[in-house]
Design a protein around this ligand. Structure first.
Ligand code: UCC
Ligand code: FAD
Length: 581
């Protein structure tokens, strides 16, 4: 039977309906808050140059890079271990898209900007803004970039003259044909957190003063990199191995193009970051050069950690912003209960909460980038160095955790579509889940606070508190509305200082409480940041709102002895491991 148009059942007509998808516009133009922050931090003539570059780059991201990043996810790396004739070749096949992302990274100066220092101490902010925009479209190329920046920093800080005119120049090159990336091989089977305890790789000294490395590295990302820094124990003439680790530089390929005695055993099958080749590998006598004095390896490689942890934070803020931009756009296009989602106050509140969390994380990351730029300037004070040292683990920990939360909630804003792979959305959550794990887990960042406490003899706390007090003072004279929030923050700081006293006196309690303490430190710092922004005239209303909101949240995150003392710790063990509850 033929239906006329009027006879077609409604359910079939509805099949014609298709949902308008969220669209990605120039991410720089779409993010008011990033512009506001840049106005806050950059002198006007530098802002003009940086903003112009970001506008151009944002357009390139939306029109070109996003598609390449998605392609890299579709064409994941493959390991070909043997040739057709049985020869062991261990070839890591990466996509054309992955290689294009490398070229784009070089051209855009994503590693080189802070070393060119065109904008002096503001160069790190310029780089940070670019990484924040690039990360969610980068097809995970931001990972090798982080390690490459870390390697360049290590060479510079340790003043490794033998690498200054070779590897260093390649790491910071803007020429795609000359640009190198670096790996950071720290993790072994027995320990990724406890690197000193878990490293079994041995370095054997050769007659020409070089070393050969023997051992297995359990996680090596961007294994297609041209070089790597890694750790090993030097073998002594009596065949015993050093207790402490030393740092080594190696190139992954020899001059003839074959591997430097490196076997690639496997590519990891990962929850996310699938574009990124992460391998298990065996070093079977890889030629390597020792860096600096022996037995100082962990301390030396920490230069890399400081940089990669900052990059991790910018990857987190970039991904949070991306899901939110798309969710806000979708809320205008998707109808429910007779109106678009953005007309439903509860949905808007959900998005607004995510916006505030994203703004806070972004401000924190940009502020630490500012500080990094300052510290890299030779005129920087010792207090800035201490502040950067304590803020780095805090920032890494805070932004990574926030990213997982915001992106998970952000996916929900798309309903069922947020769970569907072809939308390209779920990868954001899969890729975010690694942010709290690699570059040191959340707990490891919290324990780093204890390390800073020990190494500065507690001085970090007065430096940290002084910065907050300065901001409070500035805000107190910037108008009665702000003074009111400043007073609240001042009360919180006093209360927190009192809570810290028993912690400083009892290291086990300090360790047990360190995660709660770390989050509270983040909130205090972020609150003071927004107070400072609100004290200047730049976007005062929103800054004040966030300062007020954050200050109100600070209250109950750190408990007392009853939560961290001996009986509480026994209680925790009982809860987890005893049948007798
Ligand atoms: O995961 C990795 C790569 C992933 C791919 C790239 C992602 C990029 C992300 C961005 C884009 C998406 S690479 C592996 C990362 N692994 C870790 O982060 C290791 C986690 N474990 C730690 O962080 C530990 O705290 C250790 C291994 C760094 C240190 O443990 P130890 O052995 O207990 O260390 P010690 O004995 O306390 O410290 C040894 C020395 C001391 O200096 P000296 O000897 O002068 O007293 C410390 O002050 O190292 C110094 N030190 C530091 N210095 C330790 N940590 C730091 C630090 N964070 N900064 C400065
Ligand atoms: P473990 O150290 O076994 O930790 C297990 C758990 O115990 C964690 O929750 C940790 O927080 C907790 N824990 C450990 N010690 C303590 C303590 N003292 N107090 C409280 N809690 C504690 N590594 C590299 O070197 N190079 C790479 O390129 C690299 N790429 C990676 C890529 C991916 C996708 C992933 C997932 C990892 C990669 N890693 C790399 C490894 C990564 O850095 C480690 O997995 C990470 O540092 C954690 O180490 P682990 O896996 O040994 O965990």
């Amino acid at each position: 039977k033929l239906y006329s148009l009027f006879q077609v059942p409604q359910c079939l007509i509805n099949r014609e309906y298709s949902q308008s998808p969220p669209t990605l516009e120039n991410p720089y133009r779409a993010e008011d808050f990033l512009r506001i922050l840049l106005v806050e931090y950059l002198p006007p003539h530098i802002f003009d140059i940086v903003s112009k570059d970001l506008k151009r780059f944002g357009k390139r991201i939306a029109n070109e890079i996003e598609a390449i990043g998605l392609q890299a996810e579709l064409e994941q790396p493959v390991l070909v271990q043997y040739s057709a004739w049985g020869e062991r070749i261990d070839q890591v096949m990466t996509s054309h898209a992955w290689k294009q992302l490398k070229d784009i990274s070089a051209e855009e100066g994503l590693v080189s900007i802070p070393y060119e220092r065109t904008h002096g101490e503001y160069s790190r902010i310029h780089q940070a803004a670019k990484l924040h925009l690039f990360s969610p479209s980068s097809g995970l190329y931001n990972c090798p970039l982080a390690m490459t920046d870390g390697a360049a920093k290590l060479i510079k800080e340790e003043n490794i003259t033998s690498l200054m005119s070779t590897a260093f120049l390649s790491l910071i090159s803007r020429k795609p044909t000359e640009f190198w990336t670096s790996g950071q091989w720290m993790t072994e089977r027995m320990g990724g957190s406890d690197v000193s305890g878990g490293t079994e790789t041995v370095a054997v000294k050769q007659i020409d003063e070089s070393y050969k490395l023997y051992g297995q590295k359990w996680f090596t990302s961007a294994v297609d990199s041209e070089m790597a820094f890694t750790l090993a124990r030097i073998q002594q003439p009596d065949q015993s191995n050093d207790k402490q680790l030393s740092l080594f530089y190696l190139e992954t390929k020899l001059e003839n193009g074959t591997y430097n005695a490196i076997q690639i055993d496997k590519l990891k099958n990962k929850l996310g970051t699938r574009q990124l080749p992460t391998a298990e590998l065996t070093l079977t006598g890889s030629v390597a050069q020792i860096i600096g004095r022996p037995k100082r390896g962990v301390s030396q490689i920490s230069h890399m950690l400081t940089i990669t942890r900052l990059h991790n934070s910018l990857a987190a803020t970039g991904a949070m912003r991306r899901i939110l931009q798309l969710a806000c756009d979708y809320a205008k296009k998707r109808q429910a209960f007779g109106s678009p989602l953005f007309k439903h106050p509860l949905h808007v509140r959900t998005l607004a909460n995510l916006e505030i969390r994203t703004i806070k994380a972004t401000a924190f990351a940009l502020d630490v980038s500012r500080l990094m730029g300052l510290v890299e300037d030779s005129r920087s004070s010792n207090n800035n160095i201490i502040l950067l040292r304590i803020l780095t683990p805090l920032l890494k920990m805070y932004t990574a955790k926030e990213a997982v939360h915001v992106i998970s909630e952000g996916l929900e804003c798309f309903g069922g579509q947020g769970y569907i792979e072809d939308t390209g959305l779920p990868r954001l959550l899969r890729d975010a889940q690694v942010l709290p794990i690699w570059e040191g887990t959340t707990n490891i960042q919290c324990l780093d606070v204890l390390r800073v406490h020990a190494s500065t003899d507690g001085e970090w706390f007065s430096v940290f508190s002084d910065v907050i007090k300065q901001r409070i003072r500035k805000a107190s004279s910037a108008g009665t509305d702000i003074a009111c929030i400043a007073e609240k923050l001042s009360g919180d700081l006093t209360m927190f200082t009192m809570l810290m006293e028993p912690m400083f006196a009892d290291s086990v309690m300090f360790e047990t409480a360190s995660r709660d303490i770390a989050f509270r430190l983040c909130n205090l710092y972020i609150s003071s940041l927004f107070l400072e922004y609100a004290s200047t005239k730049n976007a005062r209303r929103i800054m004040m709102y966030i300062a007020d909101q954050t200050t109100n949240q600070i209250s109950t995150t750190v408990g007392g002895i009853h939560e961290y003392g001996e009986s509480a710790r026994k209680g925790n063990l009982q809860l987890l491991y005893s049948k007798d509850k």
